[in-house]
Design a protein around this ligand. Structure first.
Ligand code: GCU
Length: 709
């Protein structure tokens, strides 16, 4: 397959077969506007394939009975079944909001009611997800509303191909779907992307890299038409476009001598520039800013705070209800590795916690979920508990920079779910999800959930076909952080690899082998994919850097092992292994004091060698190799055991994939097989380098006498 040919683009979780149940039914759609048009078009397309029919309200309303009504409550008189559902609902308090919908089954009619068009679109895709069961009995009316208003993907895409980073920074799926010598002339992939995102509930996209280079800076001014073209394509899918901007824009683009946030000329420049953006794109979402970080300009150059910087842009955006996503990823990347008092993990809290309460309402402080940088294991960032008067968004990374770069299968749903369910004030208290969604009593409105996208112009969108599941899971967890990530994976499997027609009515999640061959095959696909993916993140963790210590990757590319690769660099990412022990002492008693950034109980739990969870031990403590973990094994033996086990798990994954050879599209099967071969090779390399490194440092042999080089 080549990326240029649209017919060869994989449909991801929206293959035609996913619409089979819907397409065979008779549907009535009510309402007007671009999003309702999208709903109508989707249903019409499904019906063209599967023999059903669709009509709009007003066209013969008293006519044939229907199986499905998709109705906007604001669009005049409702069809009878919908009216009865709506009447029942009116007696109950509460609204569906701008994006919610009600799904009910009434007198053999499935009814989706929404107050606003976006709700209808999301309701349609819920019907698609449910398949046949949307039309079965036993659907008590249920309202669905997203947990948070902002569910966003950030693209680290450059317009120009960067000499080191390529076109998509940390992109592992080809070039940008948006850009090629300016905005792409053919935006059909962007339209398909919008459709995929709408189906999982994502409603905001930032279209350029947070590291804003010269060409990309001009998207804000003289290249605004390019951004408008993308916004036009995404609008019918309920997605707003955001731009990453450089803090130095008034100098670079406006010819001013300064970008000082308190300078009147700078304020006027941002106000005028932002007004022009809204004149061109009236539903523009807002700005994303990486300032004073890894070489990007920021308010520190003018002796101003990050509140001054963020508020400058917030004031320019406020008249248009725009928001600024201000990233909290600010740290000293020119650290002296000899200086053990400087701790990169502390940086975001040290910079931002004192500013709580000083940001405008339309500033969203975007915080990476961990204090370092998207490692396979980190504690939750202490910033999340530290700023009750600030709107916080939690940032994840769907692109697998540190989790196998879409060459390794690593389903991240369980990891994100663990983070979202974590209670920063202890178990039973408010969760990370509650902070991000604004569900915490007395807290500020949440800033939502954001992730770095993993999509490129690769025919499978994500390089590794199974990495599509990560994009799917992010959207679903952003809509409802309480979802079970294994159930989300199940949804993804059923949509992406739909059961054959005869089997679709009988196949249900978790069912055993079916009587019919088709359902049995589908069941094998589903079971095998679960076996491959459910624990893949934990396997990845086992064969890479141990016990939360992180990094140990090749500098620059961040792929593959290099235990000391970052050890003597300015980046602040060290493990401090010597002949006696390993780990970073971040305690208050003897270390960097980072544990003190957490509220109780975590400030105490992480401080204590005995209570600190094993998987984070080396993040918080420097310990001798003979230290006995809570699991009962020593640190050194744990390193050996997990690295052998991780490789064994990958080998099992590789074997399991062969079971599906005859059941899946050969090209897709081959693509995954080739990636699994690489994963196994790389996992063995990780195992051998990590085990050998620690054997040589410690001199402690493996108690099981396995071969260490
Ligand atoms: C990581 C990543 C960079 C990226 C940065 C960020 O450090 O390696 O490529 O720019 O995160 O989040 O801004």
């Amino acid at each position: 397959m080549t990326a240029g040919d649209r017919n060869d683009v994989h449909p991801a979780w929206l293959p035609p077969e996913a619409f089979r149940a819907l397409g065979a039914r008779r549907t009535l759609v009510t309402g007007d506007g671009p999003l309702v048009e999208t709903v109508y078009r989707e249903v019409a397309q499904a019906c063209a394939s599967y023999g059903g029919g669709v009509r709009r309200s007003g066209s013969d309303d008293g006519g044939d009975p229907v199986d499905l009504v998709l109705a906007l409550t604001s669009a005049g008189p409702l069809p009878a079944a919908a009216e009865e559902v709506a009447a029942g609902r009116r007696q109950r308090a509460g609204t569906l909001g701008a994006e919610g919908f009600l799904l009910a089954r009434h007198c053999d009619v499935t009814v989706v009611l929404a107050e606003q068009p976006a709700g209808l679109l999301y309701g349609l895709f819920q019907v698609v997800r449910l398949g046949e069961s949307a039309f079965g009995a036993g659907h008590p009316p249920r309202s669905h509303r997203p947990a948070t208003r902002l569910r966003m993907l950030d693209h680290w895409d450059n317009v120009d191909v960067h000499p080191v980073m390529g076109q998509v920074e940390r992109g592992y799926a080809g070039g940008s779907i948006f850009w090629r010598d300016g905005v792409r002339r053919d935006l059909s992939r962007v339209r398909d992307y919008g459709r995929l995102l709408a189906a999982v509930g994502v409603n905001a996209v930032s279209v350029n890299n947070v590291n804003v280079h010269a060409t990309e800076a001009r998207l804000l001014t003289d290249r605004l038409d390019d951004v408008a073209a993308i916004a036009d394509v995404l609008r019918p899918y309920g997605i707003r476009v955001h731009l990453s901007v450089t803090f130095a824009a008034p100098v670079l683009l406006g010819g001013l001598p300064t970008a000082d946030p308190l300078d009147e000329r700078v304020r006027t420049w941002w106000a005028g520039t932002t007004r022009r953006v809204y004149e061109r794109i009236p539903d523009f979402g807002g700005y994303v800013v990486k300032a004073d970080s890894e070489g990007q300009p920021g308010p520190f150059s003018y002796g101003r705070s990050h509140a001054d910087g963020a508020n400058l842009l917030a004031d320019a955006l406020a008249p248009f209800s725009g928001v600024v996503h201000w990233r909290a990823f600010v740290y000293n990347h020119r650290q002296d590795w000899r200086d053990r008092t400087t701790d990169r993990a502390r940086a975001a809290f040290d910079h931002f916690a004192p500013l709580d309460g000083r940001f405008r309402d339309n500033v969203i402080l975007q915080v990476k979920h961990g204090p370092m940088d998207f490692q396979p294991r980190e504690p939750v960032s202490p910033v999340i508990a530290a700023m009750p008067a600030t709107r916080l968004a939690v940032e994840f990374q769907v692109t697998q920079e540190y989790t196998g770069q879409q060459r390794h299968v690593c389903y991240l749903g369980p990891w994100w779910s663990e983070v979202l369910r974590f209670g920063p004030w202890g178990d039973g208290g408010p969760t990370v999800a509650a902070v991000a969604t604004g569900a915490r009593d007395g807290g500020s409105p949440g800033g939502g959930l954001v992730a770095v996208s993993n999509v490129g112009d690769d025919p499978y969108w994500t390089g590794h076909p199974l990495a599509q599941a990560n994009l799917y899971a992010f959207g679903r967890l952003a809509w409802d952080p309480g979802l079970d990530p294994v159930a989300v994976l199940d949804e993804w499997i059923d949509l992406t690899f739909p059961p054959p027609a005869a089997a679709s009515a009988t196949a249900t999640a978790g069912s055993g082998p079916s009587e019919t061959g088709g359902a049995g095959d589908h069941d094998l696909v589903r079971r095998t994919l679960h076996e491959i993916m459910d624990y893949s993140w934990r396997s990845y963790e086992r064969y890479t850097a141990p016990l939360g210590v992180g990094f140990m990757v090749r500098p620059g590319t961040h792929y593959g092992p290099d235990v000391d690769g970052y050890e003597y660099t300015p980046w602040g990412t060290y493990h401090f292994a010597d002949r006696d022990g390993v780990g970073v002492d971040r305690t208050r008693a003897t270390g960097t004091g980072f544990t003190g950034q957490y509220p109780p109980p975590w400030s105490e739990v992480y401080e204590s060698l005995d209570r600190c969870p094993d998987e984070l031990l080396l993040f918080f403590h420097h310990v001798p190799y003979g230290h006995v973990l809570r699991s009962g094994t020593t640190v050194i033996q744990h390193i050996y055991d997990t690295h052998f086990a991780g490789v064994t798990e990958v080998a099992a994954i590789r074997r399991r994939w062969e079971r599906l050879a005859a059941l899946l599209d050969p090209a897709l099967h081959a693509r995954v097989a080739e990636r699994l071969d690489e994963q196994l090779r790389c996992a063995e390399e990780w195992r051998d380098q990590v085990n050998t490194y620690f054997f040589r440092k410690s001199g402690v042999p493996d108690v099981h006498g396995r071969r260490i080089h």
